[in-house]
Design a protein around this ligand. Structure first.
Ligand code: 5AD
Ligand code: SF4
Length: 491
């Protein structure tokens, strides 16, 4: 393993804070549940980092602990239990959490009974270090062991170090009702798969979150219906690779073998259709798609249902086929561009976004230019762009050298970001002079007189409040824009 870690702040070319994938403004957000019953009187401080999946997991954790009588606090100084749901995808995410754990140490000095726990993707990787060497934490719990939390807390209260990082074949938390925390009351997130079988060579997720398994569609439909009945108007179906969702009675995806099992199973397009049929006023989004698994059947299903949003997040990672092969992505540049052509043919105007990693092992200047030319060919609405960060245990760490110097990574990233800024501007301008059906999510960032929402393509639209309120659909005619926001009037 090289220690030459680079600082990897994602570049988000979508200025709105309600970004659905990795929301910088929400990193480290502590969750607060309103009207929780007094219960045991113990106070929980629960802070989350990383992707939407992690935030969604925190809602499961809160549900388990509120059931045990905990109330929540946003002030860690007064907490009896401090939990941090962590992310390991890039080095800087881990560094941030480690700094935070030192803050929490202060609480323990004052209140030795207070417990500190690390949840999520860093748990497996850093278990012994966190528990033994640095003595920063009392409890370490991996993403599949949240049901065990009450027992682990008891163990820790008895003065024993408590740890469970076992990854499961079955766990999907299907029967647990998440408490919707920090939510705007309009958009909810529902996990449909856990883990990942793809083994992209740069990615630590298969090691931290385990093998891929899908959740029972009945429990997904129930959760989406419950969300609608309590006022939510949009659900985002979450998974590391939603297109490979397959339900055939439970267990690991790799174990679904026979053609009969496959024929009787529920695949992703079927699931999308089932959720779409709950109510025409319930919008459906999903994330993340994988180019190798995004079929025309999925694209046709989106096109056939008014309430499935015309928006696909389709990470490309690189525009060069040799690098894609080294990344073990399972597709070439040509395959990816063919998928994009299919999307544009079947859903004209569909919003498309990407993830790109620049400076992957041995990437040449020519190969970097292939990424820029692919971006030109696609013209993404927005994107999440990163410099490659070597992660322990991954295939790339074992097989390849992280040999692109940091200054070159930085310069390449800047070129990618600059080009994306131009494309985002072009795509936003294309939305001006049109009427958009917008689901109102709340006030705009800048003014309480303005409301904000999104159109189907996931562009942010801002307009004067009038008599409208959040949770409503409204048609907005846009007559101007900033680089990433459409501005107009309700019609
Ligand atoms: N270095 C940089 N970016 C990474 N990602 C995943 N692993 C790494 C890594 N080791 C990015 C990919 C992925 C997104 C969630 O994070 O672009 O799609
Ligand atoms: Fe990581 Fe690839 Fe799985 Fe995404 S699809 S979580 S990048 S291994």
């Amino acid at each position: 393993m090289s220690l030459n870690y680079v600082n990897l702040r994602p570049y988000l070319l979508q200025t709105n804070v309600e970004n659905k994938i990795i929301d910088e403004s929400k990193q480290g957000e502590a969750l607060l549940v309103k009207n929780a019953s007094p219960g045991s009187g113990k106070k929980l401080f629960l802070e989350s980092y990383g992707c939407q999946m992690n935030f969604s997991d925190s809602e499961i954790v809160a549900s388990i602990l509120i059931d045990k009588g905990y109330t929540t606090t946003q002030n860690f100084e007064e907490a009896d239990l401090i939990l941090v749901n962590t992310c390991a995808i890039r080095e800087n995410a881990e560094l941030r959490v480690r700094n935070r754990l030192n803050d929490f140490k202060r609480v323990k000095l004052r209140n030795p009974k207070a417990l500190v726990g690390v949840l999520g993707c860093m748990a497996e990787r850093l278990k012994s270090q966190l528990l033994e060497e640095e003595k920063l934490v009392d409890i370490v719990v991996g993403p599949d062991s949240y049901r065990d939390l009450p027992n682990l807390i008891e163990e820790a209260e008895d003065g024993r170090k408590a740890i469970n990082v076992i990854l499961s074949k079955e766990e999907t938390y299907a029967d647990l009702t998440p408490v919707r925390l920090g939510s705007n009351g309009v958009t909810a997130f529902i996990s449909i798969t856990r883990g990942c079988d793809n083994m992209c060579s740069f990615c630590v997720v298969p090691f931290t979150r385990g093998r891929e398994r899908s959740r029972d569609p009945k429990s997904i439909i129930k959760e989406a219906k419950d969300a609608f009945d309590t006022g939510f108007r949009e659900v985002t179906l979450l998974g590391q690779n939603v297109d490979s969702y397959i339900w055939s009675g439970g267990g690991l995806k790799k174990d679904i073998l026979t053609p009969e099992q496959k024929a009787e199973s529920v695949n992703f397009p079927k699931l999308l259709e089932m959720v779409a049929q709950i109510n025409p006023d319930l919008r459906i989004r999903f994330s993340t798609s994988h180019p190798k698994d995004l079929t025309d059947e999925v694209i046709h299903t989106i096109a056939a249902h008014e309430n499935i949003c015309n928006y696909i997040h389709l990470p490309v990672q690189s525009g060069n086929s040799r690098i894609l092969e080294m990344m073990n992505r399972g597709y070439s540049r040509e395959w990816y561009l063919e998928r994009i052509a299919s999307i544009k043919r079947i859903i004209p105007g569909c919003g498309i976004s990407m993830d790109i990693i620049t400076g992957f092992c041995s990437e040449t200047e020519e190969e970097h230019k292939d990424t820029l030319s692919l971006m030109e060919a696609v013209q993404y609405d927005f994107g999440y762009m990163f410099m490659y960060s070597e992660r322990p245990k991954t295939l790339a760490e074992r097989k390849y050298k992280d040999d692109v110097p940091e200054n070159i990574k930085k310069r390449r990233l800047q070129e990618i970001v600059d080009l994306q800024r131009i494309h985002s501007g072009i795509r936003t301008k294309e939305g001006v002079g049109k009427t958009h059906r917008v689901l109102i999510e709340g006030f705009s960032k800048k003014s309480q007189d303005m409301l904000m929402g999104r159109n189907s393509e996931n562009s942010v639209v801002v307009f004067p409040k009038g008599n409208h309120k959040k949770g409503e659909y409204v048609n907005v005619f846009t007559d101007r824009c900033t680089s990433s926001t459409l501005i107009g009037e309700a019609v």
